[in-house]
Ligand binder design. Sequence first.
Ligand SMILES: C[S@@+](CC[C@H](N)C(=O)[O-])C[C@H]1O[C@@H](n2cnc3c(N)ncnc32)[C@H](O)[C@@H]1O
Length: 344
Amino acid sequence: MTDRFWNESDSKIFIDQGRIFTPSRDELRDAFLDLIPAELDETFQVVELAPGAGWLSAAILNHFPSASILALDGSEDMLAETARALEPFPGRWETRTFQLQNPDWRAALPTGLRAIVSSLAIHHLKGTAKRDLFADLHDRLAPGGALLIADLVEPASVPALRHMARAWDDAVERQSIELSGSPAAWEFFRDDHWNIYTWPDLEMDFPSPLVDQIDWLRQTGYTRIDIPWARAGHTLIAAYRDWQQRRRQAAGSRQQAAGSRQQAAGSRQQAAGSNDYASSVELFQPRAPPPGPCLKSRTRYFAANHVSGSSCQSGPGIGRIDLLRAPGSGPFQAPPGAQLQGRV
Ligand SMILES: C[S@@+](CC[C@H](N)C(=O)[O-])C[C@H]1O[C@@H](n2cnc3c(N)ncnc32)[C@H](O)[C@@H]1O
């Protein structure tokens, strides 16, 4: 069987109907925005793979006013549509063509990216080609950076397949009326066989089981992997590059001993004594903290710096603090309303 690739006729249909064909796309957009590890006012760069009509890139630039985007797609029509969607954000975006399955474009990506995002495209790559992609993208992320992939996944059981097929049809039928006031988009979706759980396209669509993708992400160095959102076979995977990597590199010879937990504990104490970073933790604050100083100068702990450089986490979201611990001090306690992510 020969592989078939996405063509401009597919692009035209998806430009017109993508919002109706994607279950709860506004909800998916908001999930992406929640998962980008950045403060609203930070300056950082994101790459979007296969932006299509550009709705996700536009949402990111709108939400983070100092962010910039590099958007790559294989379709000229899609890139023209992306450019139209990004017109309100002059100077903050660039588009490039690429072929997802040819790895050559990956070496030309910028490094130090805060996030790499993609929606409904990676399933055009076969099984372990996804693993190779995850590995190459890992190298392009800054420590703490996110790989956020929304995509169709291969169900692991017949009942799951049945649910995904039925739930996707139901969503498109409902959204056709809600978003266009007519069943025409739903009827086209049904009659043109867009539901791959009912009509698999074995030449173009290669969704992989979710558990395989999680394995590949772990094998290629990602930590803190979640599935924060899923609807009708459409699944958002969030995987982060380890924060500690930068600290380990920066700490040089001191951190070479980090192989054993005992040695690492020793070096943390040394670091505290020399007024250097000792260890870092991540905090999740579901709600804005109470007014006043936060995460600062707590008893027996000398300092805490938010990752963005500000002195505290001022709103809900994920932040990181670097701890300067006094030798012999007890475990770090999260401030009221915040939850620790990971171990100190
Ligand atoms: C289903 S659309 C999704 C578009 C958009 N991300 C969204 O969620 O609405 C698939 C996108 O992947 C792009 N694409 C598909 N196969 C590709 C390939 N082999 N190389 C590059 N882009 C590809 C298409 O041009 C299209 O923009």
